[in-house]
Design a protein around this ligand. Structure first.
Ligand SMILES: Cc1cc2nc3c(=O)[nH]c(=O)nc-3n(C[C@H](O)[C@H](O)[C@H](O)COP(=O)(O)O)c2cc1C
Length: 317
C-alpha cells in the first residue's frame, strides 16, 4: 500500500496540485498549503539530463521545498534511464513521498526531443525509464503523468501499455500531446481508462486532470468517471483557496495573502527570480471585491518592491 492508497482509503479520493513550471514553485506551493491544502503537491518538473550535467546548479532549485509543502512528489523528465537513476539517488535524501515521471509535457521543444509526451512515440524507452525509476526508487511509489495519446487516442496502445508497468498511480490529462490546450479535456475517455485499469492493473490509482475550475467540479468528475482523485492546474491561479472550498474570502484576507506571498518570495527567490515574474500572481489573490481591478492595475504599474508593499499597506485595514 502506498501513501496514495492510504489517502484514498481515508478520504475517499486524492486531490493534487498540478506541477506547473514557473508557477507552482516553492513559494506558491507554500501559499496554497496555507490557504487550502491538497492531499499532494508535485514539484515543477526537473530535467534529469540537466541535473546530471555541469548545469546542475541551474535546475536544482526545482527540488527546493519546505515542510509546509509536504506531502510532495518529485516530478522528473528526460529520456536517459541512467540519469533518472542517478537523480533519484539524490532525490531520495530529500524524503519526497513519491517519484512521478513526466510523459505528458507537450511544449514543442520537449516533444520534438522525444521527452515528455514525446515518449508516447517511443514506448520501449518509456518502459525502460519506468523500470529504471522503479529500481532506483526503493520503497517510494512511482507514478506517471501523461496524456491520452500523441496525435490520436491510444487507449489500449498507450494507457493500457502504461497500466501494464505496474505503476502506483497514473495521472491522465484528457488531451492528446498534439492538441496542446486547443480542445476541451475529454473526461468521458477517462472513464474508459478506468475500465481498462480495472482489467489490467486494479491497484493503480487514476487521477483525472484537465480544465477543473473548482473543488466541486473535481469531486463531481471523480464520481461521474469513477476516478481515484483529481489534479488541478491552471485554475489555482484563479483561486488559490480552491482546495479549502471556501467562497467567502474577504478583501483583507486577499491583500494579506498577497503580502505573505511577496514576503516569502523576498526571503526565498529575490536573487534568483525577477520581481516581474511575481506579477502573474497578483490576479490570483486580488479579485472578487469592489475595486479589485483598480488595485491590480496600481500594483502592475509599480516597478519596485517597496512601492508594491506600500500600496498593499495603504489598502489594508
Ligand atoms: C505554465 C504551465 C506549466 C506546466 N508545467 C508542467 C510540469 O512541470 N509538469 C507537468 O507534468 N505538467 C505541467 N503542466 C501541465 C499541467 O500540470 C496540467 O497537466 C495541465 O495544465 C492541465 O490541467 P489544468 O487544465 O488543470 O491546467 C504545465 C502547465 C502550465 C500551464
Amino acid at each position: 500500500m502506498s501513501i496514495y492508497d492510504d489517502i484514498k482509503k481515508e478520504k475517499g479520493y486524492v486531490t493534487a496540485l498540478a506541477p506547473m513550471e514557473g508557477v507552482t514553485d516553492s513559494v506558491f506551493r507554500q501559499m496554497v498549503s496555507k490557504l487550502g491544502k491538497p492531499d499532494l503537491f508535485f514539484t515543477e518538473f526537473l530535467n534529469v539530463e540537466g541535473f546530471c550535467s555541469k548545469g546542475r546548479d541551474k535546475v536544482v532549485h526545482r527540488l527546493d521545498f519546505e515542510d509546509l509543502e509536504r506531502p510532495v512528489v518529485v516530478q522528473l523528465w528526460g529520456n536517459v534511464p541512467e540519469y533518472y537513476a542517478k537523480t533519484i539517488d539524490y532525490v531520495k535524501e530529500l524524503k519526497p513521498v513519491g517519484i512521478d515521471i513526466n510523459m505528458g509535457c507537450s511544449v514543442r521543444d520537449v516533444l520534438s526531443s522525444g521527452r515528455g509526451s514525446g515518449l508516447i512515440k517511443d514506448k520501449v524507452l518509456a518502459r525502460e525509464i519506468i523500470s529504471a525509476v522503479k529500481e532506483s526508487s526503493g520503497d517510494l511509489p512511482v507514478s506517471v503523468k501523461t496524456r491520452l495519446g500523441y496525435d490520436e487516442l491510444e487507449l489500449e496502445g498507450w494507457i493500457g501499455y502504461l497500466l501494464k508497468q505496474n505503476l502506483d498511480m497514473l495521472t491522465i490529462h484528457g488531451r492528446l500531446a498534439k492538441e496542446g490546450y486547443s480542445t476541451p479535456s475529454r473526461w468521458d475517455i477517462l472513464k474508459d481508462c478506468v475500465n481498462l485499469r480495472n482489467e489490467i492493473s486494479p491497484d493503480t490509482l487514476i487521477l483525472g486532470n484537465g480544465d477543473i475550475k473548482s473543488f466541486e467540479q473535481g469531486t463531481e468528475c471523480v464520481k461521474k468517471y469513477s476516478l481515484d482523485g483529481f489534479m488541478v492546474g491552471r485554475y489555482i491561479l484563479n483561486d488559490p483557496w480552491l482546495f479549502s472550498q471556501r467562497k467567502d474570502i474577504s478583501k483583507e484576507e486577499r491583500i494579506l495573502a498577497l503580502k505573505d506571498h511577496m514576503n516569502l518570495y523576498v526571503n526565498k527567490f529575490k536573487d534568483s527570480k525577477s520581481y516581474n515574474s511575481q506579477k502573474k500572481y497578483i490576479k490570483a489573490y486580488i479579485n472578487n471585491f469592489d475595486g479589485a481591478g483598480e488595485l491590480r492595475q496600481e500594483l502592475l504599474e509599480v516597478s519596485d518592491l517597496e512601492s508594491f508593499f506600500q500600496i498593499l499597506d495603504s489598502h489594508s485595514l
